[in-house]
Design a binder for this molecule. Sequence first.
Ligand SMILES: *Cc1c(COP(=O)(O)O)cnc(C)c1O
Length: 223
Amino acid sequence: MPFLSKVYTSLQNELASNEVCIIAVSKTKPVEDLMDAYTAGVRDFGENYVQELVDKQSVLPTDIRWHFIGHLQTNKVKYIAPFVHLIQGVDSEKLLLEINKQGKKINRKINCLLQIYIAKEESKFGMNEDELKHVISILPTLEFVNITGLMGMASFSDNQTLIKQEFEYLHQLFNGIKQLSIPNFSPHILSMGMSADYKIAVECGSNMIRIGSMLFGERNYTR
Ligand SMILES: *Cc1c(COP(=O)(O)O)cnc(C)c1O
């Protein structure tokens, strides 16, 4: 299924008053679909797999902002460090230290979001509040990262009340750290919401949503 440019346009209109950035999540989709999206005006793409991201980046226009939204393994940071616009899922101190190390090697400050665990599920990655506070405390020593905000994924659930509680919790956490004045820390992005729950997320203060299936159709997970 090709990129749904009409859906993209109506989503832009729907969110225009909220100043929400839409990330088109293109994982598993062929470059032709991404090029259709590019032609429709999309510049922010989200990918989950390092090799796939590197392959796509090498053949697509250079003004695309690539967001890495998956679970990033430390040994793969080096492949995306030179070009990635934002690493959204920084879920451990170890990963952040590696990103800083790779940034230093190429003298590039790398933008990151800290991923916070908000779901009532074992399967989701992310830091808790204590880990967040610890990581913030070591930021002055990490010159080659810039923490520009927080990211979270709600429970995979039909329970709207639960999802809302999870997003509201993250919003509060975000508000609590937003004013801190710390080197390498400039939090202004709150990335939460996907195809199924972006409306709730925006209600709860999200200003960046990551939309895949709604724009590109259902994914074939077997790849
Ligand atoms: C796949 C993915 C999305 C997009 O999901 P859809 O339900 O297809 O919109 C958003 N965020 C993350 C972290 C993802 O892995």
